[in-house]
Ligand binder design. Structure first.
Ligand code: HPA
Length: 274
């Protein structure tokens, strides 16, 4: 058995009796959304530290657990906290939780994150519907022996972000008077923020927002045939776009400030997925 796949199975076997329902949506909570579960009808929680060999985040504000609950009528498994490649985990560990949530039965992967805005029309605290991504600055999580049980060797990537889900999110935003921008998200490895010249390069490449997560999870989920959608909270304008240096604390504070509206947008979107 492929070792990477075996690890997903071992994680699943160790928790399957504690999973209260088959989730429809797997929701990855990005920076600022750590308290999202407060708005859910929670049925069960599983700390990552209780799952054998599960990758546990070392970033302040990212301590982790799976939270199972209902958003409206929709059964959802939330990831409160995710690991990032810059923490030193192999890329296959970074996408293990997405694979595990698919094994739990989730059909939809809803990715959220905080990003740096590159598009000059974006402002801090804007929300951006992710319409496509650029993965070439991060390692591909499918490198290595293909896991045939999950998907094929050369997956098509023509439509990673499901068009019907995008439409439902647009409508949920419009119905609730929430301004929703759209654009291309690129994942860089971090952990250093970008240099201004790198931001100019990324802008030239047509990238609207940059961050340190999400794309590798989308690739792994696309490999498994999940329906994927994503929203980024533009926490700051990227390096060189303002006179201010970037700090993690300020990015976190900006994401926290945008959180109530972000939570509303996510809740209304998930209800529309029912
Ligand atoms: N760059 C990369 N990742 C980020 C940023 C940024 O400016 N802001 C939030 N996450």
């Amino acid at each position: 058995m492929n070792q990477v796949y075996q690890k997903v199975i071992d994680c699943y076997e160790s928790i399957k009796d504690r999973i209260p329902f088959t989730p429809k949506v797997a929701l990855v909570l990005g920076s600022g959304l750590g308290n999202y579960a407060d708005s859910m009808d929670v049925k069960a929680e599983i700390d990552y530290s209780e799952i054998k060999d599960f990758p546990v985040s070392t970033v302040p504000g990212h301590a982790g657990k799976f939270i199972f609950g209902y958003v409206g009528e929709v059964p959802v498994v939330c990831m409160k906290g995710r690991v990032h490649y810059y923490e030193g985990y192999p890329i296959t560990d970074v996408v293990l939780p997405a694979r595990l949530m698919k094994m739990m039965g989730a059909e939809i992967l809803f990715l959220t994150n905080a990003s740096g805005g590159i598009n000059a029309s974006f402002g801090a605290a804007d929300f951006m519907l992710i319409t496509d991504h650029i993965s070439i600055f991060a390692p591909n999580p499918l490198i290595g022996e293909n896991i045939e049980e999950l998907g094929c060797r050369f997956p098509d990537m023509s439509t990673v972000y499901n068009v019907e889900l995008q439409q439902k999110i647009r409508k949920a935003a419009a119905d609730n008077g929430i301004l929703l921008k759209e654009g291309i998200y690129a994942q860089l490895t971090g952990p250093s923020f970008e240099a201004p010249a790198e931001i100019r390069l990324l802008r030239t490449l047509g990238i609207d927002a940059v961050g340190m997560s999400t794309v590798v999870e989308a690739i792994a989920a696309n490999h498994m045939g999940m329906k994927i959608c994503g929203i980024s909270c533009v926490a700051n304008l990227a390096a060189g776009m303002t006179a201010n240096p970037l700090t993690h604390d300020e990015v976190q504070a900006a994401a926290d400030a945008a959180a109530p509206l972000f939570q509303k947008l996510i809740t209304e979107s998930i209800i529309a997925f029912a």
